[in-house]
Design a protein around this ligand. Structure first.
Ligand code: AMP
Length: 497
């Protein structure tokens, strides 16, 4: 199946062709005709599936066909795309520009952490498509620098993340200002009750589409667990990176504080590393990402939410320094490797405190993950598990922090504040980093032959056409909203941008 058969106009096909896309992804195959039809859409799809082109291409086509501003007349904002993070907003808007290269439509991106005036100037000059994070959009609404009364198409991208990040009230305030007659598109990786309520209120007889992400826990990603004591994790990570000469390593920590501290410690070990999370300034985040992409930075340490929207092809190494509190995030994290069919490696450093989290992950992905003990890092068999949530800030070097810690002053979409990101006095690591050989432990079960290759199930107009267990595309339990320690930005109180 080629793009030609989807009903897209020649300028869009030319742009897509220039980008080297030969055939539409499953989500594109279904979403493009559905959006071109003009109806609402509820889509279960994550980053990596090609969802951005799935909504951007038909939106561009519709806007270029529907009520264009007469020559010389001021443009109105006619499409609004809301995303949870700045990185994703920037990436989506880049796609809008790339796909719309041969059209006369104008787009802009707006998020916090950067000056508002250039955004106001852009709006004054006339914009057709705005890609925004909710906080900064509300700033514009309050300052009356944006007019939303001409919106024809609304997209909520990664709606589950927006709800996780506490944006529901902001979203409702935005919805209240939109014209009632419009096309609504909602993209979400998971379908919690909260998402279903939002979809019920927002969407009118939507087309329903669900696809699994590419390379979820697919065979292109080699997964491995390294059991380790909690206070040896940092030392083990340094050992692995140096021993294998790993480059472009994306390391996940559970907290912003843990990310900061780990990046600092890796730096002391002679490994170039930067942390990326919601408390970093936008310029620091952009710089870290750029250096990581062009491979001048060896390691990027990220929290789950900060990592959303990072699109780096063929990322070779993902390390779970801490296992995520929510099993679905494991799948999201390792989906960063082996993109576009490339092979990747995902290793998890697991201490005794995380055994239950590991069990939950293995249940979700329906297979045990092979374990390998590294010589010199054998975990203490008598170590007692400590509750992750209750650990105090000054504790051991494992980065196992309370999910609630380090969240700092209430903010939105990741700006301002230092969130308690002061490095704690890290314990000196033990001195046993001499293992040059790994001892293979039982390479547990093999993948069960079940692939996570893209699967397209499309049904029209039936809400329950989505997964029977709508909590997860992978059949996991519904993501609990809030209190899961993954939020990069706290929900209440003063709005950052
Ligand atoms: P997304 O899920 O929208 O973040 O897209 C993930 C990546 O897939 C991006 O780097 C896109 O440029 C790329 N992509 C999107 N659609 C296609 C396609 N039809 N063929 C090849 N690559 C694509």
């Amino acid at each position: 199946m080629s793009f030609d058969s989807l009903g897209l106009s020649e300028p869009l096909l030319r742009a897509v062709n220039e980008l080297g896309y030969t055939s539409p992804t499953p989500i594109q195959l279904q979403a493009i005709p559905a959006v071109l039809n003009g109806g609402d859409l509820l889509a279960g799809a994550q980053t990596g599936t090609g969802k951005t082109a799935g909504f951007t291409l038909p939106i561009l086509q519709r806007l270029s066909q529907m009520s264009p501003a007469p020559a010389g007349a001021k443009r109105h904002v006619r499409a609004l795309i809301l995303t949870p993070t700045r990185e994703l907003a920037a990436q989506v808007e880049e796609s809008v520009r790339a796909y719309g290269k041969y059209l006369k439509l104008k787009s802009t991106v707006m998020f916090g952490g950067v000056g508002i005036n250039p955004q106001i100037d852009a709006l004054k000059r006339g914009i057709d498509i705005v890609v925004a994070t909710p906080g900064r959009l509300l700033d514009h609404m309050q300052q009356k620098t944006i007019d939303l009364s001409h919106i024809e198409i609304l997209v909520l991208d990664e709606a589950d993340r927006m709800l996780d990040m506490g944006f529901i009230h902001d979203i409702k305030r935005v919805l209240a200002k939109l014209p009632p007659k419009r096309q609504n598109l909602l993209f979400s990786a998971t379908f919690s009750d909260e998402i279903k309520t939002l979809a019920d209120n927002l969407l009118d007889s939507p087309a329903l589409i669900e696809v699994a992400r590419r390379n979820t826990t697919a065979e292109t990603v080699a997964q491995k667990i390294h059991p380790v004591d909690r206070d040896k994790k940092r030392e083990m990570l340094t050992h692995l990176i140096k021993r294998h000469n790993w480059f472009q390593v994306l390391v996940f920590t559970r907290t912003k504080h843990g990310a900061n501290r780990l990046a600092e410690q890796l730096g002391k070990d002679g490994i170039s590393a930067l942390a990326i999370h919601g408390n970093k300034s936008q310029s620091a985040r952009t710089r870290a990402l750029a250096e990581f992409k062009d491979q001048t930075l060896q390691v990027l340490v990220a929290t789950d939410i900060a990592a959303r929207g990072i699109d780096i092809d063929q990322l070779p190494h993902v390390v779970n320094y801490d296992l995520p509190n929510v099993p679905e995030d494991y799948v999201h994290r390792i989906g960063r490797t082996g993109r576009a069919g490339a092979t990747g490696e995902a290793v998890s450093l697991v201490c005794v405190d995380e055994h239950q989290l590991l069990k939950d992950i293995e249940r979700l992905i329906k297979r045990p993950i092979p374990q390998e003990v590294i010589e010199g890092f054998e975990p203490d068999p008598n170590a007692k598990a400590e509750p992750i949530q209750r650990r105090s800030q000054g504790g051991g070097g494992g980065g196992q922090r309370s999910p609630r810690q380090g969240q700092g002053a209430p903010r939105r979409d990741g700006a301002g504040g230092n969130g308690g990101a002061k490095p704690a006095g890290a314990k000196p690591a033990g001195g046993n980093n001499n293992g040059s050989r790994s001892s293979q432990k039982p390479a547990a079960a093999k993948p069960n032959g079940k692939t996570d290759a893209p699967r397209a199930a499309h049904s029209n107009g039936q809400r329950n056409g989505l997964s029977p267990n709508p909590g997860s595309l992978l059949g996991g339990k519904p993501r609990s909203e809030g209190g899961n320690g993954r939020r990069d930005t706290p929900r209440s109180g003063q709005r950052g941008r």
